[in-house]
Structures are given as structure tokens and as C-alpha cells.
Write a new protein. Structure first.
Length: 185
């Protein structure tokens, strides 16, 4: 009998609380979740440079093809390297992505080498950027001359591939490329 009395008293308290809250503002007792509109995020640095879908297939021709990459330091993993190269730039050696606050590309070339985070061809490319932004924010180019030299180096097919070799440990570790995760590599 005590349990039943306690249960009824609890229901009475619950109904009273509901009535008070409803009197104050009916929206306080509305238990429906708001609907959220879907967000479509497209990042030019992932996949092709138009922000579209990622092509996770090896390139059939050009500098990203398996045949071309077999003759480089990526030889033993030329198939994976070709998939990443094709997904990153579609084989376009001058492709750019990850836009800086100045509106200039930060990631350049076949393997989209991030100049704000990597040296290339002996150039200290990260020093061409202001890194006062928090992680995930675009960088600001503060040394346009050095930036231009880094871009030229990154657009060079052989230099870009050599940097991809260095960053990937000759194709053994593609974790620095988000397209590797997207493509299941």
C-alpha cells in the first residue's frame, strides 16, 4: 500500500510540475526535438579541387598513373599512391587547395603538399605563413616571395612526388592524406 501511495503522490507531483511549467511557458513542456537542416560541407582539399566527390581509383594515364609512379620511390605502393594522387589532384600537377586567408592555395600539386606545414625542395615553406591562427583555421601568407618559390617547387612533378615519398615513408604510411582514409587505404 505504501508503494502505491508513493507512486500516486509522485504522479500528482509530476502533474503539478507540468501544470506550473505549462502556465509559465507552454514551450517548457514541449518535448519534441528541433529538426536541423542538413549541412553540406565540401572541402576543396579533399578529393578533386572543385569540392566534389573523391575518385578512389588509380589514374590510367599521366603523372599519377601506376606506370609512372612505379619508376619512383613509391614503386612498391604505386597502386595506392596512384589512388591518392588521383583523388587529391586528378593528375593536375598545378592543382591547389586549402585556401589561405589571402585567397591563395596552401596545398599544391599532385599530392597536395601543404606548404603551411611542410618544407619542400629545401625551402622553409611554413615560414611563409603566419601561424597565429588556431588549429584548423587557414593560414595567412606573410612572405609572398617565399610562398611563390614554394608553389613553384610543389608544382614540379618530380619534387612533389619526392615530398610525397618523404611524407609517406615511401608509400608505407598514407595517414597524412585524408583521402587515404576516404579511399580505405
Amino acid at each position: 500500500k505504501e508503494w502505491i501511495k508513493s507512486a500516486l503522490l509522485g504522479l500528482l507531483l509530476l502533474a503539478g510540475a507540468y501544470l506550473v511549467l505549462y502556465t509559465i511557458n507552454p514551450e517548457l513542456v514541449d518535448l519534441s526535438l528541433p529538426t536541423l537542416a542538413p549541412i553540406n560541407i565540401q572541402t576543396p582539399s579533399e578529393g578533386n579541387q572543385s569540392g566534389g566527390s573523391v575518385t578512389c581509383t588509380p589514374a590510367s594515364s599521366g603523372p599519377c598513373s601506376v606506370t609512372q609512379l612505379k619508376s619512383t620511390c613509391l614503386g612498391s605502393s604505386a597502386n595506392s599512391a596512384s589512388e591518392i594522387c588521383n583523388a587529391e589532384s586528378s593528375g593536375n600537377a598545378v592543382a591547389g587547395g586549402d585556401i589561405s586567408t589571402n585567397g591563395q592555395p596552401v596545398s599544391i600539386g599532385l599530392f597536395q603538399i601543404n606548404l603551411s606545414a611542410n618544407t619542400i625542395a629545401g625551402l622553409n615553406c611554413p615560414s611563409a605563413f603566419d601561424h597565429s591562427w588556431h588549429v584548423g583555421s587557414p593560414s595567412t601568407i606573410t612572405n609572398p616571395t617565399l610562398y611563390a618559390q614554394c608553389v613553384a617547387a610543389a608544382k614540379n612533378v618530380a619534387t612533389n612526388i619526392a615530398k610525397a615519398c618523404s611524407l609517406s615513408n615511401n608509400g608505407a604510411n598514407w595517414s597524412k592524406w585524408s583521402t587515404a582514409r576516404t579511399c580505405g587505404l
